[in-house]
Ligand binder design. Sequence first.
Ligand code: GLU
Length: 468
Amino acid sequence: MSNFLESVNTNFDKAAKHTGLAKGLLEQIKVCNSVYQMRFPVKVGNSYQVIEAYRAQHSHHRLPTKGGIRFSQKVNQDEVVALATLMTYKCALVDVPFGGAKGGVKISTREFNDEQLEKITRRYTMELIRKNFIGPGTDVPAPDYGTGPREMAWILDTYLTMKGGEIDAAGCVTGKPVNQYGIRGRTEATGRGVYYALKEILSYEKDMKEIGLTAGMEGKTIAVQGLGNVGYYAASICQNEGGATIVSVAEYEGAIYSEKGIDIEKLMKYRKSKGSIMGFPGTKKMKSRKDVLTVKCDILIPAALENQITKGNARSVKAKIVAEAANGPVTAEAGEILNKKGIMVVPDMYINAGGVTVSYFEWLKNLSHMRFGRMQKRFDQHRYQKLVDLVEQKTGKVIAAKEKKLLTRGADEIDLVRSGLEETMITAYGEIRDTYKRKKSISDMRTAAFVVAINKISSDYLSLGIWP
Ligand code: GLU
């Protein structure tokens, strides 16, 4: 078994003890229900390459199953199963009514051109269709490491080619481009979820004092590993809306540091033109890209891949909060070490759940065949307008045009998506924190999150009468 899957299962076992549930039920929740391992040929240039790929459905306690598709050279069955497992707990934690799944295609995206990537994506989708591993009511993929809206559009198009008559076909995949049945706010969702979660965590003054921080995000120093979709939006929103200072950033090519702060937007532009973050004005080069993990800062956001903070470097972590924006960046052993050091580790299954939350909204939009806000936006606007008019009339005072516009605005899709996401992150944190505070024997937030998730899943089984 890989370290990653072992880590996830170790964490599960640790939490299971606190639930008091029957052994058989815990075993059913823990195991992966089905894995489809496939190999298919794709013509690259003049020859054929055999591609290895997977789709794991960890739990069918709720359907459809849900989870991203990863394109990476490091993909293997254990990794896909570990990621699918995390999806089950993640969905339960944030009340997204799906089972967990994950897909993986073992390729390095750098080694293929766009046309070849499209061929691989479409062929992979065909395999899923053939085995009934995709569909709005069975299993709904989404983006993950190495994939994005473009790949999701290819998946949808392939699905429509085969199943065009299905009325809800558009709900067979999420994270699609907005003009291809996607939803506004999905691309930024995981990063924005990280921001809402951190804002909520930082709002508890007493909790923050215990770990040596003041309340509020303003002025907090942040280090980010990975400027992909998750890392970029998390850093950018924490900087622009939360007033945090990004002091260190690591990417494929290396890591940089600046005490004064790194403007993420400018850094992204720089990287686009130079092909690297190295040499960005005002920053120092760090020895190794992994140095970002041990830099002095308030909050560390590992937003790349799993197994980054291990027992080898955990003792050198200096952040007060580690926010697991990636899936599985802290190993179970490293988690114990950080915990002993008094560092708060905010678990992946909570802090990166923003992506699947907005995927759920997208799926709902697809099933309802209508954009959120279409029915009520103008109705609200007219009502607020009447209210503002009345206030002006009764008080004899005029409200400034800018304020009036703000007060009378009806909600658009993006407003509703962000509001739903914020609500989800705040509610889920409340549940984790309650469990953490209530049970003295639970010593870390990950265990608390697992307990909340396991209890929710078990109640599904129990209410079905499957377990006495
Ligand atoms: N791949 C993302 C995750 O790990 C999103 C999954 C989804 O939207 O279904 O949570």
